[in-house]
Design a protein. Structure first.
Length: 319
């Protein structure tokens, strides 16, 4: 994308370092090695912010702090505090400049494992609203990264109506491309777990205060209508469609409805000041690899496997 002159904002909604709430002693060296190198990979691609999710603390507060100290990537959290001082564990938000806009990103989680001796988790809604007011004065767009259970989806949209976008981690029910847009609440996107999918949003903004229209939904409507109309026409390609079904009022009415739906969708796209295109991209082998990055990843996986194999080596006692 950067070779095409585009400068994307790259974000992670949380739980990137580990895949479970606790790192076991026998796999610690492998898990920590992998976590450190995940961040090196993120540095290479140019990540703009990482929300601290519940699993980020699986390796302990000291390990996470060491990761944060060793990278320029901002780790953010608006509702995790240090128990001994009451201060926030990380910056609550970050503002990313992409001319001509400033994008504010807030981080939240309500999935911290119970019994943490060093970190206190405040209410995500109180904390989020507090920093929403502050960041709205500084940013043109506000994105909330939330590490939360899927049951929170509707509540998040209702409570954070002033946000422009919400992105969730931990929820395994992925957002489908072309799903109906939310009404009077910010859209919420869920890429799924463990980096198997990447949520891609392309924005074409001409008037920041106008509504943002997810054209992927309307494009899907157009494609569906065109396909169904084409299927009706297959009966006899030589006869005009409506003439073909003049005596079948049920199908004739469906064709009229499809044509209107298609026209309305095209008009919505044409009249939108701000167009958003959402796509969920599977991180499969079909995607061409950057040779240097592929070598980097292969080396990490090889070393990770070696560490894990060693961690499970049986202990044989000599007689």
């Amino acid at each position: 994308m950067r070779e095409q002159g585009k400068d994307p904002v790259i974000l992670d909604a949380g739980e990137v370092l580990f895949t479970s709430p606790l790192v076991l002693d026998n796999t610690r060296s492998a898990d920590e090695y992998k976590a450190k190198n995940i961040i090196k990979g993120y540095e290479e691609i140019g990540c703009d912010a990482i929300n601290i999710g519940g699993y980020e603390l699986a390796g302990g507060v000291k390990f996470l702090q060491s990761i944060m100290d060793a990278t320029d990537i901002p780790f953010i959290s608006a509702n995790l505090r240090i128990k001994s001082t009451g201060k926030l564990f990380a910056d609550p938000y970050v503002i990313v400049d992409r001319e001509p806009f400033r994008i504010g990103i807030i981080g939240l989680t309500n999935l911290l494992k119970d019994g943490n001796k060093y970190i206190v988790m405040d209410d995500i809604y109180e904390s989020g609203k507090k920093y929403m007011k502050e960041i709205r004065r500084k940013a043109d767009l506000v994105v909330i990264l939330v590490n939360a259970d899927k049951k929170e989806k509707q509540v998040l949209q209702d409570e954070f109506r002033d946000a422009d976008y919400i992105v969730m981690s931990r929820d395994i029910s992925r957002t489908k491309q072309g799903q109906p847009p939310a009404k009077n609440v910010p859209p919420i996107y869920c890429p799924g777990k463990q980096g198997k999918y990447m949520a891609f949003m392309e924005m074409d903004i001409t008037h920041i205060d106008s509504p943002h229209v997810d054209v992927s939904y309307y494009n899907k409507q157009i494609q569906t209508s065109e396909r169904r109309i084409a299927n009706y026409q297959k009966r006899n390609p030589e006869i005009p469609l409506k003439e073909l079904y003049t005596e079948n009022q049920a199908i004739y009415s469906q064709i009229v409805t499809l044509e209107k739906q298609m026209l309305d969708a095209k008009n919505t796209i044409a009249n939108a000041n701000n167009k958003i295109e959402f796509e969920l991209i599977p991180m499969s082998r079909k995607i061409p690899d950057d040779p240097e990055m592929l070598t980097f990843v292969d080396d990490i996986l090889s070393k990770d496997k070696q560490l894990r194999d060693n961690s499970f080596s049986p202990i044989i006692k000599k007689k």
